[in-house]
Design a binder for this molecule. Sequence first.
Ligand code: CP
Ligand code: NVA
Length: 321
Amino acid sequence: MTTKARHFLTLADFSRADLRRYLKRAVRLKASTRAGRRNTCLAGKILGLVFEKPSLRTRVTFEVGMRQLGGDSIYLSAQEVQLGVRESVGDVAHNLERWLDGIVVRTFRHEVAEELARCSSIPVINGLTDLVHPCQVLSDMLTVLEKRGRLEGIRIGYVGDGNNLANSWLLGAALMGMELTIACPKGYEPDRAILRTAKEKAKETGAKITVTHTPKKAAKNADVLYTDVWTSMGKEKEGARRRVAFKGFQVNSALVAAAGKDVLVMHCLPAHRGEEITDEVLDGPHSIVFDQAENRLHAQKVLLEALLGGQKGKRSTRGRP
Ligand code: CP
Ligand code: NVA
């Protein structure tokens, strides 16, 4: 599979048709991986992971995904790279493009990921910025599709912080014609520009996008109750203030009961047990959080195939003799 989008920085980089194609492919690739069939379409390719924040799922799934596809990966922590600190973001890109076939970047400011992509002749995939987490929501859409057989019209009730996850859900739900209700405390709403873009897109796709400050409104009739940490990586100093502001926004048994008996509970993980979600719910019968975690692998393998698969060797010719 190939794609016109060379980079994947937000879900808005893809069309609805692209996403449908990727999700369909992910279902097939997951089945063939589980059946033990080998697909080595990325033999000889090397992916670099430039991570300035910690990671379990994103790191392991990209590294395992590359190996399963016949390629390899190299992990670079903030210790080694320090985008824009030890050297400029552009210089990092012009080095990495000489050795690697693709980059996954996890950083703070989204603009840094954008600059890395702008300067790089090899594909750049966003492995999380403060603004969005597109790989997570792409994988989550695969999980919802598997569990409910469709995305169109599926009702997602997102309860918690209007953070990178909420922003990516706005773009994903708008593209795929879903009904998304985000319930967050006042002052913790999702990104305004992304909300505007999502509402515009929703007019074309039939999606319904609502932001409320009442968790029960998000839970009511929800097919999926989704939550994420109240304090994202990099915001630790705000932890105490956030625990006060988010009181009442916990996904607990009472909220699950308000949603209905067939509701699926999703969380991108890591969870702060006892804050945004109780043990009872996270470990309970509605929870599908580890299916979500597994699907990071399958969905991202499709991304890797699409973005890195079409290339013949390293692409940069900048300054080459
Ligand atoms: N959900 C997620 O991205 O997990 P990590 O931060 O562990 O990669
Ligand atoms: N919103 C969380 C997601 C972690 C995967 C964070 O940015 O820390």
